[in-house]
Each structure stands twice: as structure tokens, then as C-alpha cells.
Design a protein around this ligand. Structure first.
Ligand code: SF4
Length: 369
């Protein structure tokens, strides 16, 4: 497997061409499949203090692993400048990811800079962050004070033995729960809890997780295990389809479907029939939602990916560091988005296992989930 791993330092993708005619952003940009540009996910570090088996397995991300040097990372000023250009094209939601974003030094400073930005219609950005919560108890208040609105927490099991087997660094589940409570106390909500379900690894935790978070202020979401990157050895038969997740929960705590909050919502919503809250299921494998995918991803070193499963990115950092103007970079972004036709998940089932494995997909810890 090792020869298939994509090193973070590898130069993947070129600087996009600058079109001859510069254009003024209108806030209305659509790709080839008529999908608007609405969300930007920004990876602020390629490092994580967990070694989750489906994301940063220890066998690959060990002491010899070469992480990006600090000079390769986008600075906070560079990130904010790019964010502004995306917002002018219609982005209303920014999610900070990693790696583990709370490991980026002075992340509160970046949050403060992004929190000052306004959407095209003059509203505050929907500014959020996905975290493993290991540092959340310590940082919740400073994140809130900096202007973060809410957090999403990754939590794959409640059973400590299973959780520690998954994070592979002996981090205790109780400390994650303390972090979630701290975030709630300071008003970083609504808080979503994401559980990646891998058959044979943690699927016995589906019902205990539902039981635990039912009636709480937190929204639990189950995510189908995906073939992101090349290092997790994904197999289709390890995917527990969302329909099965709902069936298992409903057998004990009956659920009924709820309409989506908005077009492009990744999670299908289900509520308990007794009114004790709701859960979500993200069916990235069994029911792909590419047709509503409005997300762009910016890697730690400033490459733009138009799909989580992309094999190469567009080097925006090169444009920044060679002194291109806002108008030039903005026009290049518009052209990239208009040319977008990614729909990997919709095509996945028609591919053979060999084809899926041969694709040189970028790692999730590099561009965020
Ligand atoms: S596979 Fe790509 S295009 Fe489809 S939903 Fe995922 S990120 Fe979006």
C-alpha cells in the first residue's frame, strides 16, 4: 500500500491560468452541472494528534512521515484574502478543517479575521469548524470570543475501548465529551456530532450513540465510510448503508424522515416519533448527493480542489505569491468553478475496485473531510 500514498509535500496541480479578460464577480457562479459556489472548506493544518484508522493510519502517518513545512502553509493573511475572493463569488459558509484545526497555532486570530467578513448580501458568514474535540475544553471560550459560531465534532464511538482503537492514540472518550459540553456552555452551537461508521469496527456503537445523544442539544449524524484518499484500504463491504443505520435505531427508538433545511444539505434528517430530537445520515456512498454539491476545498498549502475525491488541485498559493491582483485571482477562480463537473460519488458504483484503487486521490487529512 505504501507506494500509493500521496506525500503532503508533493506538488500536485499547477497554478491556474489567468484569463485575458478580467471580470467582476457577481456573487452568482455556477458550474457545468448548474451547482452554485456556496461553501468553502479550508484546511489549516495537515497534522492531527489522532491516528484514526480510516483517515491517518499509523502505518503511514508515523514518525518518518514528512508533514508540510510551515512556509508551505498559507498564512492567515493569505487565507483571508482568498476567502474574500470566494465570498465575492457567492460563498456564505466557511468551515475550517485539517488535520485537526485546533492544532494550528493562534487559530483564534484567523477566526477573528474571517469573522469580520460579510457575504455578498451583507450578512455575517456562517463560520464553523470540524474538530476531534481533544483541545475543545481548553479552547472553547477563546474560539467563541474570536467569532466562531459553532463546531462539528468527530466522534466514532462511546465505548472507550472501541474509541481508543479507532483514534489509535489512547485518547479517552470522556475527554471528547467534556470538550463538547464546554463548547455548548459557551454557546458554540448548534453542535453536530459526526460518527463515521465502518462495518466490523464501530457499527455496534450506532444504537448506543443514538441513545446517548437523543434528547440532548446535539445533532448526531452517521456518515458512511468513504474511499477518500489512498491510505485507508477502503472496501465497499465495510460500508454500512444509511438505511441500515436508520433500521437499527428505529427498531428501538422509532424514527420518521424530515424535510431538508435547505438545498445541498448533506445529511438526510430523521426525527424520533416521540419528539425527543433528530439524527442525520450522510449517505455519501449509497445515495450520492453530487448533484447538490456546492463545496470547494482549499488545502493547507493553498490548492483548490473542486471535489473531495479530486486527484489534483489548482495552486492558488502560486498566484498569491507571484503577486497576482485580486481581479486576476478572482477571474481564475470563476473560470475554475465554471469548468467544474466533478461527481465522483455518483460514478463510484460504476467503477471497478481496481479503478477506484488506482485513482491518485488526495488524502482527507490534506484537504479536510
Ligand atoms: S463526490 Fe465530489 S462532487 Fe460528489 S458530493 Fe462529494 S465532493 Fe461533491
Amino acid at each position: 500500500m505504501a507506494e500509493k500514498i500521496i506525500m503532503m509535500t508533493e506538488q500536485r496541480g499547477n497554478a491556474p491560468a489567468i484569463p485575458a479578460t478580467l471580470e467582476t464577480p457577481t456573487g452568482l457562479l455556477s458550474d457545468r452541472l448548474a451547482r452554485p459556489l456556496h461553501d468553502l472548506r479550508i484546511s489549516v493544518t495537515d497534522r492531527c494528534n489522532f491516528r484514526c484508522v480510516y483517515c491517518m493510519p499509523k502505518a503511514v502517518f508515523n514518525n518518518d512521515y514528512q508533514y508540510l513545512p510551515h512556509t508551505s502553509l498559507l498564512s492567515f493573511e493569505e487565507i483571508t484574502r482568498i476567502a474574500k475572493l470566494f465570498i465575492a463569488h457567492g460563498v456564505e459558509k466557511i468551515r475550517l478543517t485539517g488535520g485537526e484545526p485546533l492544532l494550528r497555532k493562534n487559530i483564534e486570530k484567523l477566526i477573528g479575521m474571517l469573522a469580520e467578513l460579510k457575504t455578498v448580501s451583507g450578512k455575517p458568514l456562517d463560520l464553523t469548524l470540524t474538530t476531534n474535540a481533544s483541545l475543545l475544553a481548553r479552547k472553547a471560550q477563546s474560539l467563541k470570543d474570536a467569532g466562531l459560531q459553532r463546531v462539528t465534532v468527530s466522534l466514532d464511538a462511546l465505548d472507550n475501548t472501541i474509541f481508543q482503537r479507532m483514534n489509535d492514540v489512547d485518547f479517552a472518550v470522556g475527554d471528547v465529551l467534556k470538550g463538547i459540553d464546554a463548547a455548548h456552555q459557551v454557546g458554540l452551537g448548534p453542535i453536530k456530532i459526526n460518527m463515521v461508521v465502518k462495518g466490523g469496527m464501530n457499527d455496534q456503537e450506532i444504537v448506543p450513540m443514538a441513545r446517548h445523544f437523543r434528547g440532548s442539544p446535539y445533532i448526531l449524524r452517521f456518515i458512511e465510510y468513504m474511499d477518500v484518499g489512498a491510505s485507508n484500504g477502503w472496501k465497499m463491504d465495510e460500508v454500512i448503508p444509511s438505511a441500515e443505520v436508520i433500521r437499527r435505531i428505529s427498531a428501538e427508538m422509532p424514527l420518521e424522515p424530515v424535510a431538508a433545511n435547505y438545498t445541498g444539505e448533506t445529511a438526510a434528517r430523521w426525527r424520533y416519533t416521540d419528539g425527543s430530537g433528530e439524527v442525520g445520515v450522510i449517505s455519501s456512498v449509497s445515495q450520492a448527493f453530487c448533484s447538490d454539491c456546492t463545496r470547494a476545498r482549499l488545502s493547507t498549502e493553498g490548492k483548490l480542489y473542486t471535489c473531495l475525491f479530486a486527484t489534483s488541485g489548482h495552486d492558488l498559493r502560486a498566484l498569491l505569491r507571484e503577486g497576482r491582483s485580486d481581479a486576476e485571482i478572482s477571474t481564475a477562480l470563476a473560470h475554475l468553478w465554471r469548468a467544474r463537473e466533478d461527481r465522483y460519488s455518483e460514478l463510484r458504483t460504476s467503477q471497478t475496485e481496481a479503478l477506484r484503487r488506482s485513482a491518485n486521490k488526495v488524502e482527507m487529512s490534506y484537504i479536510g473531510g
